[in-house]
Each structure stands twice: as structure tokens, then as C-alpha cells.
Design a protein around this ligand. Structure first.
Ligand code: GDP
Ligand code: ZN
Length: 374
């Protein structure tokens, strides 16, 4: 902690070497931000988002910021909640401790799951991501292909490109055969064998981030994401420095950033503690993650075939002939059922909100006539 960064503590933390370009700024964000810049806003990228507080990277500093009231006072929605990786327009009002985030720029991609605390809301886990690394360990247990399928659906749906990373290759005798097995599930997706421990294959992963691209890491805990990220970033570098947060009583706690810079080029996003990944509105992701089933379905007698017990189902026929792995069809059905369940709940919520606003309107109209003496 330098004297200079202490002096800057109120407005933010000095971060020499940090630039918007290194944070991944492209012409897309420049164009989106141009009209806001004319109105006096500043641009930055969210390096960590907690409830009620964001750490925003700008040229030479990390700024503490709060979301503006108009973002907070809305029903939870993916569009109004700040997520790590977001590009935001903010203001620094005179005499304010914190900057105020006034707008979230439209995202180029968003990795969204169902909010575990909300029945019918989505939660953005990472925004403006170019590649999603889906990390699985090859040992001590075999990779979980069913979990991988679920992550692939969400990754394809995010708008980013998925990449599968099979880690702990040093502990696995038949890593090559796992690569083939996983490739059969992750159709059209690059599959890498790596060891975060020995460094084998890690250089190829860094290549995805060249050109200041953003890579997000997902996967079960214990898969080796932190070890992999540490190896890529290099421990003890500027990029891994922690953000100091005031607790309002003059004490400071350290907060780990979720968005890190690679020493050369590139941005990594680590979202820790992702246990459950419930699907969120991922129909497009389904057809991208299961192109084999989508293609077989063209041979089904009915266009809206659910591949359950309809006559003339080409998908079921393929599974029965073992041309399609029956476990994969089962996994597909389970994910479809999950999405249908979600859609039904969203319908109920939409109807409730409609009737709420309907009641509200009726009340207003009654009051209007009462006041006019009808
Ligand atoms: P995370 O929960 O996904 O972030 O996983 P961690 O990075 O914390 O790793 C979990 C455990 O696996 C730690 O004990 C690591 O040292 C170990 N580990 C991570 N990568 C490798 C690897 O490539 N080979 C071996 N043998 N162990 C690894
Ligand atoms: Zn069918």
C-alpha cells in the first residue's frame, strides 16, 4: 500500500498501469458511450459487484461506486443489476464518497443463471465475455458430462464462445480418451487438456485472451479454477492486488477482485462459489448445445415433437439404435423440462404483476370519480 493510494482512498484506489484498453475497451463500447460522454459521464468496467457496491476500473484507478436509485428501485432484473464485466457510465457528485453508476451499457454477452434467491429472476454472473472456459477436473473423479451439458447450454446462450478445459491431466492416465469422450458431448467446442499444477497446456489457454479479450471461468469448485487463474496471471502481480473497502467505521477490509488482468493482454473473470447453475431462458442455448438432437428432430413426424412417446420420433429411434447416447437424450429431456417449469413460473409472475397493476389502476379511477363527487 503506497502513500499515494492512501491519499486516493476516498475517491478510489490508485492502480498504476490500469487502462480502459487493458480492461478490454473496444470500438463497440466507445460508440455506445459517446453520447453519454457528451453529457459528462465517465466510463469504466466493473471489476467486482456486490449488493449495493461496485468496484469500477478506469484509467489509473479503481473507483468505488453505488448504483443510482433508478437502478435499485426496480424489480430484480438482469438489465438493472450491475454485474462483474459490465461497462458502466458513472458520475462523481461533489462531496460524495462514492461514484454513482447511472447506466449499464448494453452487454455484448451475458452469462445468466436463475437467481438462487428469487423464483423468477435471472442473475448475471459475468458480462461482456468473449470466451467462457468450462473447467472440469479429470481426477480424482471423472468429468461430469451431464453438468458440462448444462453449462454448455448457458454458455452458448450467453453469446460468448464456450471452451472446455479438462484440468489435472497430470493425475489422469487416459486423458486423451477423455478428450474424445468430452468432444462428443461438447459439439463444435474446443477441448483442452491442461494441468494447472505443471503448466502443461496453459499457454494455449492464454492465447484466447490476446487482443484484450475477456475470458470467464466456470465449473464446479475443486476443478482447479483458482490455481489455473493464478498460473495465468502470475502470483504477486499488480493485477491480483486487492481492493480495499472501507466499512464506514474507518476500518478497511480487503476484497478480492473478480476481474483480473493478464500480464500481457487479456481479462479474466472468476466468479467464485458457483455451486448451482439453474438454467435461465436458454432456448437458443439448447439448440446450440444439442445440435445433434436438433438435426435428428428434423426427421420426427411432428414438428413440435417432444421426443417422449410420439409416434415417428426420429430422436428416440436414434437413441434406441444407440446412434444417440440414451444418457444424452435423458439429459436433454431434463433440461427441457427445467426450462418449461421456469417458463410456467414466469407466466404466473407476469399475470400477478398485471393484475396488481390492474387493481392499482382501478383504485386510481375510483378515487378520481370519488373526488369529483360521482
Ligand atoms: P477451484 O475451486 O476450482 O478454484 O479449485 P482450486 O484451484 O482451489 O483447486 C482445487 C485443488 O486442486 C487444489 O488443492 C489444487 O492444488 C488442486 N489442483 C488444481 N489444479 C491442479 C492440477 O492441474 N493438478 C493437480 N494435481 N492438482 C491440481
Ligand atoms: Zn421426436
Amino acid at each position: 500500500m503506497t502513500a499515494q493510494s492512501h491519499a486516493n482512498d476516498k475517491a478510489g484506489e490508485a492502480a498504476p498501469g490500469l487502462t480502459l484498453v487493458r480492461l478490454g475497451l473496444t470500438d463497440r463500447e466507445r460508440a455506445l458511450f459517446a453520447p453519454l460522454e457528451a453529457d459528462g459521464f465517465s466510463l469504466g468496467r466493473v471489476m467486482r459487484a456486490d449488493r449495493g457496491m461496485a468496484f469500477v476500473g478506469v484509467d489509473g484507478a479503481v473507483v468505488r461506486a453505488e448504483p443510482a436509485v433508478h437502478l435499485v428501485k426496480t424489480a430484480p432484473s438482469v438489465d438493472t443489476r450491475i454485474a462483474v464485466g459490465d461497462w458502466v457510465a458513472f458520475l462523481r457528485p461533489e462531496g460524495h464518497d462514492h461514484a454513482i453508476v447511472e447506466a449499464i451499457l448494453p452487454r455484448s454477452s451475458a452469462f445468466v443463471r436463475k437467481d438462487p434467491g428469487e423464483q423468477t429472476a435471472g442473475q448475471v454472473l459475468a458480462a461482456n465475455v468473449d470466451y467462457v472456459f468450462l473447467v472440469q477436473a479429470l481426477a480424482p473423479r471423472a468429468p461430469n458430462l451431464r453438468r458440462l451439458e448444462r453449462e454448455l447450454v448457458t454458455a452458448w446462450d450467453s453469446g460468448a464462445l464456450p471452451v472446455v478445459v479438462l484440468n489435472k491431466a497430470d493425475l489422469c492416465g487416459d486423458a486423451e480418451s477423455w478428450r474424445d469422450e468430452v468432444a462428443a458431448v461438447a459439439l463444435g467446442v474446443d477441448v483442452h487438456l491442461v494441468s494447472a499444477l505443471t503448466g502443461e497446456g496453459v499457454g494455449e489457454l492464454a492465447a484466447y485472451a490476446r487482443g484484450h479479450r475477456t475470458v470467464a471461468f466456470f465449473g464446479p469448485s475443486g476443478a482447479g479454477k483458482s490455481t489455473l487463474i493464478n498460473r495465468l496471471v502470475g502470483e504477486g502481480t499488480q493485477a491480483t492486488a486487492e481492493v480495499r473497502e472501507s466499512d464506514g467505521k474507518g476500518r478497511h477490509t480487503t476484497v478480492a477482485r473478480e476481474l483480473l488482468l493478464l500480464p500481457q493482454e487479456g481479462v479474466l473473470i472468476d466468479t467464485p462459489g458457483m455451486r448451482a447453475l439453474a438454467l435461465w431462458d436458454a432456448e437458443e442455448g439448447m439448440s446450440a448445445a444439442f445440435p445433434d438432437i436438433a438435426q435428428l428432430a428434423e426427421g420426427c413426424r411432428f414438428r413440435d415433437c417432444a421426443h417422449q412417446d410420439e409416434p415417428g420420433c426420429a430422436v428416440r429411434a436414434a437413441a434406441e439404435a444407440n446412434e444417440l447416447d440414451p444418457a444424452r437424450l435423458e439429459s436433454y429431456r431434463r433440461l427441457v423440462a427445467e426450462l418449461e417449469h421456469l417458463a410456467a413460473k414466469q407466466d404466473v409472475r407476469a399475470r400477478q404483476e398485471q393484475s396488481r397493476s390492474g387493481r392499482q389502476l382501478a383504485k386510481t379511477i375510483r378515487r378520481f370519480y370519488k373526488e369529483r363527487g360521482h
